[in-house]
Design a protein around this ligand. Structure first.
Ligand code: SF4
Length: 210
């Protein structure tokens, strides 16, 4: 099975393809030769501008600044963002920042539609706060709203695991993540990886042990 994560040589990174391991995907015919895809000018532009933004702001620009810069270079006029209701204060700021940078901005909250959790066969005891009205997060609604708005580019702001999957599966315009929801890590999911040999050892390696 392909397992780049266990590679010891990273031959792809240094351009020494002869040194690639046996299970390297570069050895599978031309599956990683995607030059055909980059022949499409729109795809090439996106790949190129991403690389240029990476290099120009390397280690200096925040992800938000990169999104703004990338969007300008791509010629995006209308941006959309899908946000979690828990990020409603941050959503106000994001709207203000994007607008100040000359974009038209459409935004849509995860609770749009106000569909009660009971409609997904979630019992009262299974809610975050039993005994209260809880609407489901509605990422498909978020996608449909932004599709209707015909946004050029979308941003996810704090969508939950799985909800983000449904959003990206249903949305038309290309999408990036500004914030990945992680309630236990101050929305810094990589912290769990950094602590895998320490505080998180037991939790991570024994979570679903086979
Ligand atoms: S593509 Fe090949 S060389 Fe690059 S990390 Fe994966 S296995 Fe290693």
């Amino acid at each position: 099975m392909v397992s780049c994560a266990e590679c010891k040589v990273y031959a792809c990174r240094i351009g020494k393809l002869d040194a690639a391991p046996e299970n390297c995907p570069m050895r599978d015919g031309d599956i990683t030769n995607t030059r055909d895809a980059f022949a499409d000018p729109a795809i090439k532009k996106m790949a190129r501008e991403s690389a240029l933004v990476e290099a120009e702001g390397y280690g200096r620009w925040s992800r938000l600044e990169e999104i703004i810069e990338f969007s300008h270079r791509m010629g995006f006029k209308k941006l959309g963002f899908a946000y979690c209701v828990g990020f409603r204060e941050e959503a106000k700021v994001l709207h203000k920042v994007l607008t100040a940078n000359g974009f038209e901005v459409a935004s849509v909250c995860c609770k749009n539609g106000s569909i009660p959790k009971e409609e997904l066969d979630i019992t009262d005891a299974q809610k975050v706060r039993p005994g209260t009205y809880e609407a489901i997060c509605n990422p498909i609604g978020q996608a449909r709203v932004l599709n209707k708005e015909k946004t050029d580019f979308n941003i996810m702001l704090g969508l939950c695991v799985g909800h983000d999957s449904l959003f990206t599966k249903n949305v038309d315009a290309p999408t990036t993540t500004l914030v990945a929801k992680d309630r236990a890590m101050a929305h810094n999911p990589v912290g769990a990886l950094y602590c895998h040999e320490g505080y998180f050892k037991k939790r991570l390696y024994e979570l679903h042990q086979k």
